[in-house]
Design a protein. Sequence first.
Lengths: 327, 368
Amino acid sequence: MAKMTMVQALNLALQQEMEKDDRVIVLGEDVGVDGGVFRVTDGLIKQFGDQRVLDTPLAESAIVGMSIGMAAYGLRPVCEIQFSGFSYQNFHQIENHAARLRWRSRGRFTVPMVLRTPYGGGVRALEHHSESREAYWAHTPGLKMVIPSGPRNARALLVSAMRDPDPVIFYESKALYRAFREEVPEAEEALPIGEPQRVREGEDLTLISYGAMMRPTLEAAQQLQDTDGIAAEVIDLLTISPLAEKILIQSVKKTGRAVVIHEAPRSFGPAAEIMSRLMEKAFYYLEAPIERVTGYDIVIPLFNREKAYLPNTERILRAARKVLAAS
Amino acid sequence: MPRKKITISEKVEALSILDEKGRLDEKLEPDIAEDVLFQLHRTMLLARKFDERLLSLQRQGRIGTFAPIKGQEAAQLGTIAHLRPGDWMVPAFRETAAELWRGRSLESVIIYNNGFNEGVAIPDDRNDFPISVPVGSQMIHAVGLGWAAKYRQKDDVAMTYFGDGATSQGDFHEALNFAAVFQTPVIFVCQNNQWAISIPVSQQTRSKTLAQKALAYGMPGIQVDGNDILAVYAAAQEAVQRARSGDGPTLIECVTYRLLMHTTADDPKRYRTDEEVEQWNQRDPLPRFEKYLIDKGLLTEEKRNAVESEILEEIQTAIDRAEKQMEAMGDPIDMFDNTFAEMPSSLKEQKEELTHALSESAEEGKDG
């Protein structure tokens, strides 16, 4: 076991899978010689050469479109879109083709590709570098939308994404890239897509989140324990879509109270879907209205104000205490 | 430093072999085997007659909206004829003639155009993508396919079709650029049919030709008379050889004309004159090719009529079969298939919900 950052862990996943499977091709802007602007693909071109790691011209739509062709041929392209803020330029390739080529060809052609892209705020970045727009992808039939929350699950989920028979949008939090290290086993480890994890057990309240928001969420759970004597159960979604609701419903049936946390804008965001599911399937177990702590329905502000935009422990605690106080 | 002319090694040429009156430039005549000539003629006639029949089916309400191909058969057949079964075809949505050449069944075209997904099923022995409706979005897939073939050290090529309107899309430029940068075995076939619904090509671009756009990407571009099957065939032969031998992509601009409407939902009289259409009718690729075959002693009026009645029968049989098959295609529950390799539980639940709703309304129907 080695202590790794998320960047190193993702690099390990790519490196091991490329060694194992010559169908895996990495492509994107600056992913070769430069190793990616965040260094996730560092060293891969050296080990595997420029037929496995393609430094492409600067065109997001073509990067994704080319990946679709490669995948339909039988390869396993893993493309990097340098920032998710630029992925709208390839949105139509995902919506019109990647997500529906299986359907459009009655199963004859499939698109087992991964689109990796950094998302989210908190790193004092430029405009168009801090959005959290997972709802766009989660709303698209035929896509899988995965967001890891730490080095170890990032590595294990990326391995599964590369082996998945369907297209996977893989969001990597820039705020988590180098935020902390975790033990990541050298030996292969894969986590199934579509299985949220209960990362903290509790009886009194369920906190549901994912990605970069897992840290303030876990911090809030700890503070609730320490200062309020409240045992919060915490669920890390890991896969946003298709949403596996079972564990959420079980948990809320037990606790009767829930808060959903994400940094994406509130309206029509993932929390809206989660709350609907809980309302549909755990309504009679609810002791209080479900709360959500989210980004606001505005453009994420430039970095001097982004702290006020992003959910934090304090906002989560406020929502949790409100839910706990209701009866 | 003085201003200097920059020399660009790629050049753009125009090619015509069989003129509007069907007169042949013998020096340029491609060597096409007789059986291939017959096959090209038969498929051209089939595509034409099938198009006519689809239009009447649409007008009778027996199929939905479709995009007629009349006038563009030579551009499609002269290019597609060079593909081997293992090669890839990535079409737009007006390539029925090319699809028929590749072996797509008439039934599947009817079934698709009557709104059943079953019509897009692609047999395992054909490396052909389904039609692509969002204009210009498909060319880049051919680049990925071509790249993958090269990576696997296969000499398969990918041929992709699009229209003049598509050349305004960013994806067209991205596809050409990627294909050239990675030297992928791709043949870009532009069917410049003069109209993108109501917008003439003169409003689509200020370029003198569409073929010249290739030069900016460092690949050869050629403009051919797209209604002259010999010219199209010769240009495509060169392009396919270039791709297959590892020398990269080519852009072929086939200058042709959409003799009918954009789709059956469109009324071309709103934006173009009958005189213009009539001028292009004079350049129809079918009689021109037939005159060539007759002049070569390969076709007679009698033989042509025999082929035509055989074709009409084939079309009628296909319509009968398709309509029979569609009677058994009513089950809407199939709509959930092929969304994912493995259906997620949330989707299973929605499928059950519909199953339940359908059986309930069937019960209510019985009661009523």
